[in-house]
Design a protein around this ligand. Structure first.
Ligand SMILES: O=C(N[C@@H](O)C(=O)O)c1ccccc1
Length: 328
């Protein structure tokens, strides 16, 4: 019998980018419709222990918005900057994604907002959800929202909200509130709420939304239409924290994830390639010269390259695949 278990092997690419991108804390990565890499970073702003008071209100408004270009479009092959925008708009960038028209959808944890921004370099805010600098948990306020995912068919957007909320919200492309849901569980009695829904991804072939439930060290997936719980992926190898995920429909579906430092488990920081259907870990990866410090977002390009943005080392790491087919 020829069972080809598709082995995955990601190798770090040294010498990428070819020249320094002068990045601040890298919080988000996305791909645009030309499969260029989009980097969302914090310039000279930092999220530190005194950035917020205990009502989750941002304490450094006096700094003004970041003056550097916070949104960089970069050539995935060499890493040179193709476009730079997002100046004087953001305070603490977090998540970023693009829609079919190549608009940027971003979250800013200091603004507690989700913003749709034009990609024409004019940085027009096409839509703003949430009230600037005002945390809350109704349908018009977020609390440190972390990420956005877009359903390419309907244009619906999904928001992971957030550090100080524990929910996913669904809006129409025009920003009308549609629904929200919390963590799921296969055992209804023991529903453990999300603890920092930190990253989310839309699965176009399955029409599901998967969430990195960071402090619970698990990934949960839901039917996008209804919020109905589908499955959970939780691995000892994560070591207690999952920071970010992305998805490829290739094969039976692949989830790419990065883990985080957990005070309770000492697990090495690395990336994971997981078979969505079987939940098997197919591969793990990490840089070879520098170490991950706080891997914060992850994307995969059409040619199979994987990029990891690191908020701790203020850098982006590139990995490439050598797919090998093993016959048994
Ligand atoms: O998680 C944190 N930050 C990262 O996720 C990030 O920088 O987005 C953080 C939490 C509390 C205080 C300071 C930083």
């Amino acid at each position: 019998l020829l069972a080809t278990g598709q082995d995955y092997h990601l190798e770090p690419v040294s010498g990428w980018p070819q020249s320094s991108l002068q990045l601040g804390q890298v919080s988000g990565l996305a791909l645009d419709s030309d499969s260029n890499l989009v980097i969302f970073h914090r310039g000279d702003h930092h999220w530190g222990t005194n950035s917020f008071n205990n009502q989750a209100r941002y304490q450094q408004r006096s700094l003004g918005p970041i003056q550097q270009s916070t949104i960089l479009v970069v050539d995935p092959a060499k890493g040179n900057i193709l476009k730079a925008s997002g100046r004087n708009m953001f305070y603490l960038p977090h998540g970023i994604t693009t829609d079919k028209e190549n608009n940027y959808w971003v979250t800013d944890v200091a603004l507690h907002q989700v913003l749709k921004v034009s990609n024409d370099g004019r940085d027009s805010t096409l839509l703003a959800l949430g009230e600037a600098f005002t945390p809350g948990s109704d349908s018009r306020h977020f609390c440190q929202p972390t990420d956005v995912a877009v359903d390419p068919e309907t244009g619906d957007i999904f928001v992971s909200d957030g550090y100080c909320n524990a929910r996913i919200l669904r809006f129409s492309a025009g920003g009308r509130y549609l629904s929200e849901w919390g963590a799921g569980s296969s055992d209804r009695r023991r529903r453990v709420p999300f603890q920092v829904p930190h990253s989310l991804v839309f699965l176009p072939d399955r029409r599901e939304v998967c969430v990195a439930d960071r402090e619970n060290g698990r990934i949960q997936c839901f039917i996008a239409e209804t919020g109905e719980f589908v499955k959970e992926i939780k691995k000892e190898e994560f070591g207690g924290e999952v920071f970010a995920i992305t998805y490829s429909p290739a094969g039976e579906g692949l989830i790419f994830a990065v883990n985080g430092e957990s005070p309770y488990h000492s697990a090495p920081l690395r990336g994971f390639v997981i078979n969505y259907s079987t939940k098997d870990i197919l591969d793990t990866f990490k840089p070879n010269k520098k170490e991950f410090k706080m891997p914060h977002d992850i994307v995969e390009t059409r040619d199979g390259s994987v990029f990891v943005g690191d908020a701790g080392s203020k850098s982006v790491f590139k990995f490439t695949t050598e797919k090998s087919h093993r016959s048994v």
